[in-house]
Design a protein around this ligand. Structure first.
Ligand code: AKG
Ligand code: FE2
Length: 376
């Protein structure tokens, strides 16, 4: 498939010198403001965040699929996080993504800044720190008046990508800024190719996961797939530099947040540091599990299910003196979708917790003011 020029054209032709304000911004991002010591996360029985074998869902019959869906249902209602193994994505591709991330983030700051966003509304490319997030409480990004909140974790570097649209995509040629223009690093064909191959693999896995979520909720298997036909899926690479002596823990990793997504697929390296807050308020660790992806429910799914599936606070506290890398896919619905609590989850005991919302507006808000929050 030919990637859409809008989705994946390199930034080389239009590259401009970067905004000089960035250096003072960086100083601000890198300067710790408050000392805050995180308590050690508890290491709990692995059932808390279950490891689910996804192969029976991909290759089995109806009974196998129902069994996997049941495990997913249990995890999503209780904690909103689970691992999947045997998901069909080759280990070589997963390792290539992490390896490309290491190479990219090892570039000089100036080289990386060449792909940084330049305008308000632009979101793709390199970010020298975590600027802001929509959700600092479960479902928070869906509430009226939700605004971006500063999330601590200033030493994190990120590279954001938008889904590359293939020629058969209904929005292949769309010029609307909501579809975002990727800003690829120069002279990095291996990086671009790996990221595109990874996107396709994760999108395919995402489709299977959506079927599993639908079955898990007792809905028609195509319920979510039908609303993610040209999804506003975003992809990220994260670099958590090794903490240095005396660095406040609030400045290490990324602070507590919920994801603005239908669901998130996370590949973490073997360093660990992801922590999840369970319903009892405990921070529990979600360590590296070889071969696994971490899947978590985002606010949008919490909205559809009126809280039946929970979007859960999580954070990264890199406690080891080594660099950490991770890669994400945030699945979001089609631009036109209006998300509203599904009838069966609205009852007298559990009235609608969220107003219907337009994904178009939601995503515009997500991308919008990003540059302003981050670089001004
Ligand atoms: O790097 C990780 O393990 C998690 C990153 C994360 O939570 C995010 O990017 O939203
Ligand atoms: Fe997250």
């Amino acid at each position: 498939m030919v990637p859409s020029p809008n989705g994946c054209a390199g930034s080389t032709a239009t590259r401009k010198p970067h905004d000089p304000r960035v250096s003072s911004l960086q100083e601000r991002i890198m300067t710790p403001t408050a000392e805050l010591r995180y308590e050690q996360a508890e290491t709990v029985a692995i059932e808390e965040i279950p490891i689910i074998d996804f192969a029976p869902f991909l290759h089995g019959g109806a009974a196998d699929r129902a069994r996997v869906a049941q495990s997913i249902r249990e995890a999503c209602r209780r904690i909103g996080f689970f691992y999947i193994v045997n998901h069909g994505v080759p280990e070589s591709l997963r390792q290539a993504v992490l390896s490309e991330a290491r190479t990219f983030f090892a570039r000089s700051r100036a080289a990386k800044m060449e792909t940084a966003p330049l305008l308000d509304g632009q979101w793709c490319g390199y970010l020298p720190g975590r600027g802001a997030a929509e959700g600092t409480q479960p479902g928070g990004s869906l509430l009226p008046g939700a605004t971006k909140a500063k999330v601590s974790g200033g030493s994190l570097e990120q590279f954001n990508m938008m889904r590359v649209r293939d020629a058969d995509d209904v929005n292949y040629d769309a010029r609307d800024p909501i579809y975002q223009r990727n800003r690829w690093p120069a002279d990095a064909p291996g990086f671009v190719e790996t990221m595109i191959v990874n996107q396709r693999a994760l999108r395919s896995l995402g489709t299977s996961l959506m079927q599993a979520f639908a079955l898990a909720l007792g809905l028609d298997e195509g319920f979510f797939v039908g609303m993610h036909r040209s999804p506003l899926a975003t992809f990220g690479l994260n670099f958590y530099p090794a903490p240095v002596a005396g660095q406040p823990s609030a400045d290490v990793g990324v602070g507590a947040h919920c994801d603005a997504s239908s669901f998130t697929v996370l590949l973490q390296d073997d360093v660990g540091g992801l922590e999840v807050r369970d319903s009892g308020g405990r921070w529990i660790s979600a360590p590296h599990v070889p071969g696994a992806y971490v899947i978590n429910i985002g606010d949008t799914m919490m909205g559809w299910t009126n809280g039946e599936f929970v979007s859960t606070l999580h954070r990264v506290v890199s406690r080891k003196p080594v660099d950490r890398f991770s890669a994400t896919m945030f699945m979001n619905p089609d631009r036109e979708v209006v998300v509203r609590p599904i009838d069966r989850f609205v009852t007298k005991e559990n009235p609608a917790r969220y107003e219907p919302f337009s994904n178009d507006e939601y995503m515009r808000r997500f991308f919008g003011k990003f540059y302003d929050t981050m670089f001004k």
